[in-house]
Design a protein around this ligand. Structure first.
Ligand SMILES: Cc1cc2nc3c(=O)[nH]c(=O)nc-3n(C[C@H](O)[C@H](O)[C@H](O)COP(=O)(O)OP(=O)(O)OC[C@H]3O[C@@H](n4cnc5c(N)ncnc54)[C@H](O)[C@@H]3O)c2cc1C
Length: 650
């Protein structure tokens, strides 16, 4: 039935920074019976994204300021709803993983004395952050890729994983089924079966959930496939959302805000309005909020009151989603107030001093941007947008999933032999320092590789045994796909179906959430999932991958929405990067509608972690206390003895 069959000790799924590092580390640790399976070598967030100064967070490695593994673990842990043992591992291996990237040639800057100097990022008490520029993660991928090529690690490019195969007790992964996107026309070659002892799953964040998204278009994620196989979700409620441009997806942080652009919305009749003006008492307060958005980029409910910078994200959502207006940043003209153009004397001290010291108390926003950060203009030019002459369409967009699939201190999930690494793994909690995502992805890949190399070296099941174990799962999945093949007729509705779910997620599952809205979205997504085959219309075989991606996204959406519902029902308040409607809460402003009434979580549930299991359209949740940061006296003789006796990797 399935022509193409492979077997390996370990398959790494995904070719982003996390997956490539895991493959390289496995090879270095001696496990060479491996292959990388990816839906697209050039796809994914790491390779295709960046930001003003894309940050890598690590232990301080410069200067006189004191830092320690424990202090870094404390910082990671203090974000709330994060396991202390994982925080400790991420801290302990931060320097090793960072220096590995340095050795590979990622151009992280150092000074004359070899110190890797750092700067402060958000939620960072020290100057631990570093950057190789706007494209740090791209450089990481490119340098790791050179290692993969040099080591001749096999790559299956254009293979979309559609099922994780499990043993009879659903305890352990035993292989996977992929759609060969290069051979969809050929029924003999459409499917590829792989038997493998271990899977390192590095499919990135579930970006395909949202249409208002700053993830690159090529990244949609693959979280639904393991959820379907019984892998638990962890902290799925926790994300980061912020203001980004839509046509070319890019975070509008830093100078883009500090030059004080005009925020305008345009209604269906083309009527333009500087919509912020209505909500602020005076122009100085308004421009201060815009200015602060520059370095308070993610939406944060703690930064709403007193006309804080996160009020802007609420107002953009209100224009966009409720009033159905398109929202833009205008760099060509200065903001106005009651008919009068920007007067720098309106500004508060912080914004005024910043612009004064930058020599930018003049001109229009684009002139100030040209003076302070010309590459920021060039970047848009390179992507077909002329900030000198056009408005830049924006929205509050999903940027990063702090939660994800569950993993232990070796990144192994509840499904044995299945290791989610990188963004697909929910290592982070409520708040995290900027840049810790890239660190976590590298540490996770190394840890999974260490465990596999030490403990899981055995051969995979042979083809017959795999078939005896998982034949039914394979047949069911193939039948499901073939039923979709029967739905090939005329016009496709796959994009429209995805759009419906995406818009639901934008409206109710992003930074503005409420129980009734989430409940009704759950009912709708569940309907789409239950009737998935009969509802889907494909224009041709080449759409099979897209259809299966829809299925993945819908399972993911249902599970994430259920996680949100459970969190709200448990009394969870506004935290992280989202606002939860609460009838006894406060309204950010009296002239905003009731739906924005909220109450901050104030630490409630931040010592708990939510776990969720998907099965057959139903989700079951549970809560566990966070595991503390392990305390150990680290007596050298003891650890050395344990190390020699092979008691560490367990
Ligand atoms: C705009 C933006 C700015 C960011 N800035 C920072 C920052 O400054 N600092 C920081 O630490 N983090 C930042 N992040 C987050 C960080 O970039 C990502 O978390 C990280 O790059 C994810 O790497 P990854 O290897 O886990 O996944 P990705 O790089 O997304 O790779 C996923 C891979 O899996 C493949 N794949 C997916 N599904 C399947 C499937 N079913 N079958 C086969 N293959 C599949 C994809 O094609 C891709 O190759 C930013 C993110 C964005 C969007």
């Amino acid at each position: 039935m399935i022509h193409d069959y492979y077997q390996f000790n370990t398959v790494i799924v995904g070719s982003g920074a996390a997956g490539l590092n895991a493959a390289d580390q496995l090879y270095n640790l001696g496990q060479r019976d491996i292959a990388i399976v990816t839906e697209g070598w050039q796809m994914g967030t790491s390779r295709n994204t960046g930001s003003d100064k894309q940050t890598y967070y690590k232990l301080s490695l410069a200067g006189a300021e004191k830092d320690s593994v424990h202090d870094l673990a404390e910082t990671l842990f203090s974000g709330g709803a994060m396991d202390g043992d994982i925080a400790l591992v991420e801290a302990a291996l931060s320097a090793r993983c960072f220096y590995n990237l340095v050795r590979l040639g990622v151009p992280f800057p150092h000074n004359q004395w070899g110190e890797y100097v750092g700067y402060k990022t958000d939620h960072d008490p020290f100057a631990r952050a570093t950057s190789a520029g706007p494209l740090t993660s791209k450089y990481m991928v490119e340098k790791l890729e050179e290692e993969i090529y040099a080591k001749e690690i096999p790559i299956l490019d254009g293979y979309q994983v559609i099922a994780i195969l499990v043993d009879e007790g659903r305890q352990c992964s035993v292989g996977l089924l992929a759609l060969n996107l290069n051979e969809l026309e050929d029924p003999q070659k459409r499917y590829t079966l792989i038997s493998c002892t271990n899977i390192v799953y590095a499919t990135g964040g579930p970006a395909g959930l949202y249409s208002r998204s700053v993830y690159p278009l090529s990244q949609t994620g693959g979280t639904g496939v393991p959820l379907e196989a019984g892998v638990l979700g962890k902290n799925l409620t926790e994300w980061q959302y912020g203001i980004a441009s839509r046509k070319f997806r890019w975070n509008l942080s830093g100078t883009y805000q500090q030059v004080l652009p005009r925020y305008v919305s345009i209604d269906e009749n083309g009527r333009e309005e500087e919509f912020l003006n209505e909500y602020f008492p005076d122009p100085g307060t308004m421009l201060n909020a815009v200015f602060l958005k520059g370095y308070q980029w993610p939406f944060d409910p703690r930064k709403i009151e007193d006309y804080g910078s996160s009020l802007i994200d609420i107002l953009v959502y209100y224009e966009n989603i409720n009033k159905k207006r398109r929202v833009f940043l205008d760099f060509t003209r200065n903001p106005t107030w009651e008919g009068q153009e920007l007067d720098f004397s309106w500004l508060g001290e912080e914004a005024f001093t910043y612009l004064e010291r930058s020599g930018a108390l003049f001109g229009t926003p684009i002139e100030r941007l040209e003076h302070m950060n010309p590459p920021a203009i060039q970047l848009y030019k390179d992507n077909g947008i002329d900030l000198y002459n056009e408005l830049l369409e924006i929205a509050v967009c999903a940027q990063h999933n702090n939660g994800g699939l569950v993993g232990n201190i070796w990144w192994e999930s509840n499904l044995r032999h299945f290791f989610p690494v990188g963004e697909v793994n929910g290592t982070h909690g409520i708040w995290r320092p900027g840049g810790s995502a890239l660190n976590s992805g590298q540490v996770g890949g190394l840890r999974a590789a260490q465990f596999i190399a030490a403990r899981y070296g055995r051969s995979p099941l042979d083809r017959d045994t795999l078939w005896n174990t998982a034949g039914r799962q394979i047949e069911e999945k193939v039948q499901f796909v073939e039923e979709l093949v029967h739905n090939i007729e005329g016009e496709s509705n796959l994009q429209a179906m995805r759009q419906v779910v995406n818009e639901l997620m934008d409206q109710v599952g992003a930074h503005i959430r409420s129980l009734p809205a989430v409940e009704s979205a759950i009912a709708e997504v569940e309907m789409y999932l239950r009737h998935f085959v009969s509802l889907s219309r494909l224009a041709g075989l080449q759409e099979l991958g897209f259809a299966l991606k829809n299925y993945d996204i819908f399972i993911t959406a249902l599970t994430y929405l259920n996680a949100i519902r459970d969190y709200i029902e448990k009394g969870g308040g506004s935290r992280g990067s989202y606002l939860i409607y609460h009838e006894e809460g406060v309204l950010p402003l009296p002239n905003l509608p009731e739906m924005f009434r909220y109450r901050k979580a104030e630490g409630f549930l931040s010592d708990q972690i939510q776990l969720i299991q998907y099965r057959d359209y139903e989700c079951a949740t549970s809560w566990e206390p966070v595991r503390p940061i392990p305390e150990d006296d680290n007596w050298f003789e003891t650890v050395w003895a344990q190390y020699r006796n092979d008691e560490i990797i367990r």
